[in-house]
Design a protein around this ligand. Structure first.
Ligand SMILES: [Zn+2]
Length: 286
């Protein structure tokens, strides 16, 4: 799933390469297109985009928002679990099923929306607030300050990892970067919010900022212009279960709950009861 760092870099690349170019044609796949397109204008997705240009692109949480050169018309892309964009020449190899393709000329290029699970969404709208998941989003994780972070955290009483990945709290963090941030902050992912001290909350905020900013740099270097890539080989713990913790050398734990994997270090991130396990070290679920 693309999260804030990947989408930030995708946004930068598209700002350089996809703006102010006439969209010659729009191709929508008959099967996947209707599943991913949400035309809130009811004017017809292809006809609204054909002949238009993308004036700007910005990132907000896990959305990329393109403003068209038509007045008050936006294309908002939320790739969710498996969606991604590919900017390439028309004969470039497919990286997955493309459900929507914007065709540019001079030089001929395509902006493809690829999504193997067809769970992402492309909204065409005159008002971004009409998108439910957009209007309910909290402040962007890179924009929020420490005071607002602590204040917004207060009403939540659940596990800290679940809160961090909730877009209504802060926008942009998903399962992977939550693991990285909590490891950097040395906070157990299943600690309940009320158990965190003000000092720990401050540490968490600073770890969030540092992790996201460093990751943007690393993704920028690894991605180049290939926006369909998802470089993650620099991760410290996420998807590294069983490997040595880069800080202390203990094996990194893996716990799967609700089809989501959580990786953390029991030595560096102490405390927190593991759900469904009688003892934190029970079983082979390390
Ligand atoms: Zn460790």
């Amino acid at each position: 799933m693309p999260e804030l760092p990947e989408l930030e870099v995708v946004c930068e690349v598209l700002q350089r390469k996809a703006l102010d170019r006439p969209i010659l044609k729009v191709t929508v796949s008959p099967k996947g297109g209707p599943l991913v397109i949400r035309d809130l204008t009811h004017q017809g997705f292809e006809s609204a985009l054909t002949g238009r240009r993308l004036r700007s692109v910005t990132r907000r949480g896990k959305f990329l928002v393109f403003a068209l050169d038509a007045k008050d018309m936006f294309l908002a892309v939320n790739p969710k679990l498996s969606g991604r964009l590919q900017l390439c020449t028309p004969n470039a190899k497919k990286v997955g099923p493309a459900h929507v393709v914007l065709h540019f000329d001079d030089p001929p290029e395509e902006l493809r929306y690829v999504d193997s699970k067809r769970m992402g969404q492309l909204y065409l709208t005159t008002d971004l607030e009409l998108i439910p998941t957009f209007s309910q989003m909290g402040p962007d994780a890179l924009q929020i300050d420490a005071g607002a972070f602590a204040a917004r955290l207060k009403p939540f009483r659940g596990e800290i990892k679940g809160i961090l990945t909730r877009a209504s709290f802060v926008a942009g963090i998903g399962n992977a970067y939550a693991d990285e941030i909590l490891w950097a902050a040395q906070i157990h992912p299943y600690r309940k919010r009320p158990s965190l001290t003000p000092e720990e909350i401050d540490r968490l905020y600073r770890a969030m900022q540092a992790t996201l900013r460093q990751s943007v740099e690393r993704v920028r270097q690894a991605m180049g212009g290939d926006i369909h890539l998802k470089p993650r080989d620099f991760f410290s713990v996420h998807m590294r279960g069983g490997e040595a913790c880069p800080r202390c050398g203990s094996p990194i734990s893996s716990v799967t709950a609700q089809q989501k994997i959580t990786n953390f270090c029991r030595t560096c991130q102490p405390g927190g009861l593991i759900r469904g396990m009688s003892s934190p070290r029970a079983g082979g679920n390390r």
